[in-house]
Design a protein around this ligand. Structure first.
Ligand SMILES: Cc1cc2nc3c(=O)[nH]c(=O)nc-3n(C[C@H](O)[C@H](O)[C@H](O)COP(=O)(O)O)c2cc1C
Length: 328
């Protein structure tokens, strides 16, 4: 039987499937259900800074800085998921579950990131995922500034904690490999490709805007994993459109150390995890791979660049393939 254990940012996973940050990972029972279903690790539902400032003193202090958060807080939804509750949940989960627990943070103010991070570490989290949620929409703000913000947040957290830290990237910010290299050189242990946003839509009958459920883009993730993996000293996990065992295998071939799954669970529950793992094992046995490391990155750009003068299979990751694919 092939060994399907995986190593992701220094954490030993019994297999490479991670339950992504979502409603499936926001409670102790959710974590335990994910473990029972067979996943290798969980990323907790992100904690948002706005939740922390719900405390009266903090509320007064920050409300002047972030007036827009008032409405957000008044809506109250997120308040049910307060930080104390999460720290306690992590402590309990660490007693009851054996799989690694990665906490996820989303902050706006630079000072709060390390404070949250330290508390998660103290509660027993095995790792941290930074959900840096920024859209590059300003006309006067160049990519370098967004990159700098990522680096500053990472550095502040790395100096506050010793557990591994990953960043969930937004694919629209800048050159993905360039930012990935800089983050990796600044000590980032893992990168998640990519963050996901609720998508905008327009109602043409009522002339209003509305939000629509987005979905992760499997092929975009595959492209950037393949073009980055092995070129930086940092693990990558794929997040976006992984819906079956084949998707899992493809992302590892492209260079991912692990994959994060979310929409599949919303569509079909946690049931499919076992089937995905069985497919992975059978495929590895058929190809005589004994471990994940045997084929991780086998079809990454790095490998292809080294193996073939004319890029070989790696051409698929570039735009030039457009003409070939569509020519008759
Ligand atoms: C209902 C829902 C809630 C989510 N909540 C979070 C969150 O709190 N933090 C986060 O980083 N990602 C969150 N995500 C994004 C997922 O973790 C994942 O990155 C994304 O859905 C892409 O993967 P998929 O194609 O498998 O769904 C959420 C996604 C969904 C559908």
């Amino acid at each position: 039987m092939p060994d399907i254990s995986a190593l992701y940012m220094g954490l030993n996973l019994r297999n490479p499937i991670i339950a992504a940050s979502s409603g499936f990972t926001d409670s102790l029972s959710g974590i335990l259900k994910c473990e029972e279903a067979g996943v290798g690790a969980v990323v907790l539902k992100s904690i948002f800074e706005e939740q922390l400032i719900s405390h009266e003193d903090m509320y007064d202090k920050y409300i002047n800085i972030y007036p827009e958060s008032v409405d957000y807080l008044r809506e109250g939804g997120l308040l049910e998921y307060g930080p104390q509750k999460i720290y306690q949940m992590i402590e309990e989960a660490k007693q009851k579950s054996k799989i690694p627990i990665i906490a996820s943070i989303n902050c706006r103010s630079p000072k709060l990131w390390p404070a949250f991070a330290k508390q998660f570490q103290d509660a027993g989290a095995d790792g941290l995922e930074l959900n840096i949620y920024s859209l590059p929409l300003e006309l006067e703000k160049p990519c370098e500034e967004y990159e700098k913000e990522h680096l500053e947040i990472l550095r502040s957290i790395k100096s506050a904690v010793s557990i591994p830290v990953s960043i969930k990237l937004n694919h629209q910010i800048t050159s993905v490999p360039y930012l990935a290299r800089r983050l990796s050189e600044a000590g980032c242990d893992g990168l998640v490709f990519f963050n996901w946003f609720v998508e905008p839509d327009i109602d043409i009958k009522n002339l209003t805007t509305r939000n629509t459920k987005g979905k992760g883009d499997f092929n975009r993730t595959l492209r950037w994993v393949a073009l980055t993996a092995g070129r930086i000293d940092c693990d990558i996990s794929s997040s976006g459109g992984i819906m079956d065992g084949k998707g899992l295998i493809k992302q590892i071939l492209a260079g991912s150390s692990a994959v994060q799954v979310c929409s599949l669970f919303y569509a079909k529950g946690l049931e499919p995890v076992k089937g995905m793992l069985t497919e992975l094992e059978s495929w590895m046995a058929a190809h005589q791979y004994e471990s994940i490391e045997d084929f991780k990155g086998e079809l990454s750009f790095k490998n292809q660049e080294l193996s073939f003068k004319n890029m070989g299979e790696a051409e698929s990751y570039f735009r030039s393939q457009y003409l070939k694919t569509y020519e008759k």
